[in-house]
Design a protein around this ligand. Structure first.
Ligand SMILES: [Ca+2]
Ligand SMILES: [Ca+2]
Length: 356
């Protein structure tokens, strides 16, 4: 079971990569049987009866140069399952098994079945039948796209078995085994509020708020509300008039502006509300905006002795590089002692002074 555990970790890592590396990508598992090794890494063959089995074939391929093929034999039942690696499905969305199947050579008198196990991959009794190919799906010498919903296995780790059973049957080819969870998946999320989280010297009573919204779902998103909060207080509910394409992203500027003139922290939050959104946990974006309250000085005399902020510039004092990269610093007498040219000859007034 060590191998199974490692494979689960690999599959989980791949899943996480696709989910968070590319956003909610369409495919969470794919095998096209193009690699020379057969069965491909993590796949197994479960011999049920007979001597014929699954192998890699370059006679037919739905895409690329190769597919997986089960050979035929007359005189006894050949029954062999090609079993996928463990695949951990997301706990949301509408995952589907999507693959291509081709029946070849002679009239169809076998059974091509798809079964799923959510426990082990080495015992055919652990598998449950989910599909028997029939009718148009078994037309001779034609690639057929087979789609099987996997909604019953949300959040579970499954093995998929392609089970060939026939005496004097056909060849069965499969290719482009794909699992996606994307069609019908509904999720938007706000992120990237402007102004971004930071300290700011001054804000007005009339600040523009911009947010980016991305659509992780499989269909365009429209007719949703965007709410704006300041320190938990609802300031606006606006409806987004456009449409966000699948996996697309838009920038939305609120018609309502925020009064951020009060000094102190403003927890600005944007909440999206899309009917049917399947991931409510990502519907809120937050920006922590600290207004330092650096108002224009109108009372005089003005005095700054650099005494009240340790080794930092006083609040509302800023500096910009003009050339090179030295900065003004605030130091006390102890820090200055021993620095040539800076060592105080006379006591500071107070403890600190600014020096360059
Ligand atoms: Ca292929
Ligand atoms: Ca959402």
């Amino acid at each position: 079971m060590v191998n199974e555990s490692i494979m689960k970790q690999i599959i989980f890592s791949i899943l996480i990569f696709f989910l968070f590396g590319f956003g909610y990508a369409q495919s969470i598992f794919f095998e096209g049987f193009e690699g020379a090794t057969f069965p491909p890494s993590g796949w197994t063959i479960l011999d049920v009866s007979g001597t014929k089995t699954w192998s890699r074939s370059t006679t037919y391929a739905h895409s690329g140069n190769a597919s997986a093929m089960h050979d035929w034999l007359s005189g006894s039942v050949q029954a062999t399952a090609l079993v996928s690696p463990p695949i951990t499905l997301p706990n949301h969305g509408t995952p589907e098994l999507d693959f291509w199947s081709r029946i070849q050579l002679i009239g169809y008198n076998c059974s091509s079945r798809i079964l799923i196990s959510n426990t082990v991959n080495y015992n055919m009794n652990a598998f449950t039948l989910v599909k028997i190919l029939e009718g148009d799906e078994v037309t001779i010498a034609q690639w057929r796209n087979i789609i099987i919903p996997l909604d019953d296995y949300l959040g579970q780790t499954i093995y998929i078995a392609f089970l060939y059973t026939a005496d004097d049957g056909p060849y069965w080819y499969i290719d482009d085994v794909n699992i996606n969870h994307f069609a019908g998946f509904v999720d938007i999320q706000p992120f990237g509020i402007t102004p971004v989280s930071n300290d700011y010297p001054l804000f007005s009573t009339n600040e523009q708020i911009i947010v980016r919204i991305k659509n992780n779902g499989g269909t365009p998103a429209s007719n949703f509300n965007v709410k704006l909060f300041d320190n938990g207080n609802l300031k606006a509910t606006e409806s987004y008039a456009g449409s966000v394409s699948s996996l697309g992203e838009v920038t939305y500027t609120f018609n309502t502006t925020l009064d951020l003139s009060a000094a102190g922290l403003h927890k600005v939050q944007v909440v999206t509300q899309l009917i049917g959104d399947q991931i409510p946990a990502n519907d809120t974006a937050t920006s922590m905006i600290n207004n330092l309250g650096c108002n224009v000085i109108t009372t005089f005399p003005y005095f700054e002795g650099f005494e009240n902020n340790g080794n930092h510039l006083p609040p509302c004092w800023t500096q910009e590089y003009v050339s090179k990269n030295y900065l003004w610093k605030i130091c006390d007498a102890t820090y200055a002692i021993g620095i040539p040219g800076l060592e105080p000859k006379d006591a500071f007034e107070g403890q600190y002074k600014a020096y360059f």
